[in-house]
Each structure stands twice: as structure tokens, then as C-alpha cells.
Design a protein around this ligand. Structure first.
Ligand SMILES: [Ca+2]
Ligand SMILES: [Ca+2]
Length: 274
């Protein structure tokens, strides 16, 4: 077959599959580099997820505080314009409640995991958490992910809270997937024998605070790191040890962390390490 015929054949194939022109092919590899999954999908899925952070969600308050955004004054604050998870997301208006994302509590990270094999990470995005628990992208809209042909789970990571994992979401191929972690304890996946994955205030479930070293558990290492900043009297900074998300490390942070520490809270994601 000459080159012309090959081109003609390819064009004929493409002409029969107009919907595939913009399709996205996603490959998943295991640790050894073997391709274990190939997915073709030309749809994006909007994720409408909701979570609460214990540190910013205070008893008697309907919503989380956004103290880090408004710390000094409007258009300033302590939140960094670049996400702290290495996702290279940039939101230059993060200190401005009048920006497209409005009031922002902090950066948050979402991973889309395979439902049957939650150690398999399919996609990851650094996003913005709003006071009512909604998660939006840097354009202020619901985040979009590549649609998947098989069920997924949503993992939520925050820089000083205990990460949580959703139960399987059967359909994640198109449209909008809604997942509200705040409505019930069992919205966060929990293997038998694991600690409760969330706590309850004001009738809503929140993520535990205190995993300041991001190893999926609140233990003596976290307490030691936080105590160092506490003894230094550190203020006016974006600190991982500021679990109450108010710009300083003080006894309030210690109290919130201690609750998680004495109960030995850890993330069920330790069962699904990549
Ligand atoms: Ca930890
Ligand atoms: Ca604090």
C-alpha cells in the first residue's frame, strides 16, 4: 500500500468517527510502568463536591471561616497565589473575595481514584475550597475531569487535615457528579477496623485537623512539629501548623489537634498507597 492509500484509509476511518476527533485517551500505568488501563472518552465530567475542614468550621457557625483570605485586608491575605500541592495551579485573585472564585478558605486537592483499585490515581487537581464547603476551580466554576468508563472514587486532600476517600461513584462518564461528604459519616469510605474518618459539628460532618506532615495520620510527629511553631509564637504566615486556618499557631490549634491525636485518627487512604 502506498503512502497515498494509507492516508486515504486513515481519513476514511476518521470520517466515520467524527466524535473521536476531540477524544482524549488516558493511559494508566502500574509502578513497573506496565499499561494497565486505556480509556477513551470525549466527555468532561463536572464534579460538584462538598467537604468541611474542622479547623475552619467552628461550632455555632453555618460556614467555614475564610480568615486566611482576609487576614490583613481585602486584596491581601495569607493564601498563596500558587497552590501548595505542587499542582502548578495559579489564582492571582486568591486574596480578593471579589475575584471570580469569591470567598476562599484555602487550596484543596482532589484526586480521582479507580473505585475497585483505589491506589490507582487517575487524575489530580489543585482547587479552591469555599466557605460553604463547595470546591471550585481557579475560574470559579465546578472543576472538570476526564470522564471515565468505570466507577471512580474521589479522594480529598488538605495540607493539614486528614485526607478522606469517597465510596464508589458508579457513573463518572459525563454530566455532573454530585458528592457531598458533609451529610453522613459513611460518605467517607472506612475499612473495618479503621478509625472514624470524620467528626460532627452543627449536624454536618467534617475532616479531622492535624495531619501537618501529610502522612495520613495524626500522631506525635504532628504534635511535635506544631509545638515547635507554638513555642516560637509564629503569626502572620501561611503555616501548615496553623490547623485552625486563622494565620497563627496558638492554643486553639493545639486543642483542635489534640482531639485528633488522642483518638489516633488516620486516613483510610493508608490502605491504598500507590
Ligand atoms: Ca501526620
Ligand atoms: Ca491557628
Amino acid at each position: 500500500m502506498n503512502t497515498h492509500l494509507i492516508k486515504t484509509a486513515l481519513l476514511a476511518i476518521l470520517a466515520t468517527l467524527p466524535g473521536m476527533i476531540n477524544a482524549q485517551i488516558k493511559f494508566t500505568y502500574d509502578n513497573a510502568g506496565n499499561r494497565i488501563k486505556r480509556e477513551l472518552n470525549n466527555s468532561l465530567v463536572q464534579l460538584d463536591a462538598k467537604v468541611l475542614l474542622r479547623g475552619a468550621y467552628r461550632p455555632g457557625q453555618a460556614n467555614m471561616a475564610s480568615d486566611l483570605q482576609t487576614y490583613f485586608s481585602a486584596n491581601s491575605g495569607l493564601l498563596p497565589a500558587t497552590d501548595p500541592y505542587g499542582g502548578n495551579a495559579v489564582y492571582n485573585n486568591i486574596g480578593n473575595p471579589a475575584g471570580v472564585a469569591g470567598s476562599v478558605v484555602d487550596w484543596i486537592k482532589i484526586e480521582i481514584r479507580d473505585a475497585a483499585s483505589p491506589a490507582v490515581k487517575l487524575q489530580s487537581k489543585s482547587l479552591l475550597l469555599k466557605p460553604n464547603g463547595s470546591i471550585v476551580d481557579i475560574d470559579g466554576m465546578l472543576p472538570k475531569f476526564v470522564g471515565q468508563s468505570s466507577p471512580v472514587r474521589v479522594a480529598v486532600f488538605h495540607r493539614n487535615h486528614v485526607a478522606i476517600l469517597s465510596t464508589p461513584i458508579a457513573s463518572f462518564s459525563a454530566g455532573t457528579a454530585v458528592y457531598d461528604f458533609t451529610t453522613a459519616l459513611n460518605k467517607a469510605s472506612q475499612l473495618p477496623g479503621d478509625a472514624a474518618q470524620m467528626g460532627l459539628i452543627n449536624g454536618k460532618w467534617y475532616m479531622w485537623a492535624g495531619d501537618v506532615n501529610n502522612d495520613l495520620a495524626v500522631d506525635s510527629s504532628d504534635m511535635s512539629i506544631a509545638n515547635n511553631d507554638f513555642l516560637k509564637g509564629t503569626y502572620d504566615q501561611y503555616l501548615f501548623t496553623d490547623v485552625s486556618l486563622d494565620g497563627g499557631v496558638d492554643a486553639t490549634d493545639g486543642s483542635i489537634m489534640n482531639n485528633a491525636f488522642i483518638n489516633g485518627y488516620f486516613s483510610t487512604l493508608v490502605n491504598y498507597l500507590p
